[in-house]
Design a protein around this ligand. Structure first.
Ligand SMILES: [Zn+2]
Length: 211
């Protein structure tokens, strides 16, 4: 695209009986008004390349048992995904468990970010710098969210949770948390991973901007 953006993955690979379906969305800053511009990635951008970093859940798409999580009302500081991640960590300890899936923020609003189109002119040395650089928005339900989370880093230098959302009302981006703890409602479907693939692990790492 030639600019920074948030990619929301939803792809069905082709099989012997079905064609490939590119349902990806991309959220970027609208140059006209500085707001969110959500587009189908396939409309303007015909390839499936992406840059920077991503956490992607891949499944064979077959029917089977999944974990259904249906909750309302947030009582603590942790977001929906962090709560599930913490629960896994408490139960499994250093036996790392990765999950992927989709959830809908059915009621309420959420805090999401979209990266600015240009990289920062000065270095971003800590989370405060990153947060000053990112563009934050409050976006409303229903938000359809693609999530990957891992209970414990098995030494692969993973980002432990990463969730991107799209909607059918023009809003989308990177999920941080809901902003309406009293009224928020989530419905999600998840599946544990069999394998983790760590691609292009950086040789020099840091802990800035991990959430
Ligand atoms: Zn993100």
């Amino acid at each position: 695209m030639g600019l920074n953006a948030e990619l929301i993955f939803s792809v069905q690979a082709e099989s012997t009986t079905t064609p490939a379906v590119n349902g990806n969305y991309v959220a970027h800053i609208n140059p006209a008004d500085g707001g969110c511009l959500l587009e189908k990635y396939s409309d303007k951008y015909s390839d499936c390349d992406f840059g920077l970093l991503s956490n992607v859940y891949a499944s064979e798409g077959k029917p089977g048992k999944v974990l259904e999580v249906n909750v309302k009302k947030r009582t603590g500081e942790d977001n929906f995904v962090s709560c599930m991640k913490k629960t896994l960590l408490e139960h499994y300890g250093d036996r790392s468990v990765g999950m992927g899936g989709t959830f809908i923020l059915q009621e309420g609003k959420a805090k999401l970010h979209i990266m600015p189109p240009e990289f920062s002119a000065c270095p971003l040395n800590n989370d405060e710098d990153v947060n000053r650089w990112l563009k934050f928005f409050e976006m409303r339900a229903p938000l359809i969210c693609q999530s990957v989370f891992v209970s414990h880093d098995p030494g692969l230098d993973l980002r432990l949770e990463h969730t991107h959302c799209f909607s059918h009302h023009g809003e989308g981006g990177h999920y941080h948390t809901d902003t309406t703890p009293e009224t928020v409602q989530y419905l999600g479907y998840f599946h544990p991973a069999e394998f983790v693939y760590r691609i292009d692990k950086p040789s020099v790492t840091h802990t800035v901007g991990r959430d």
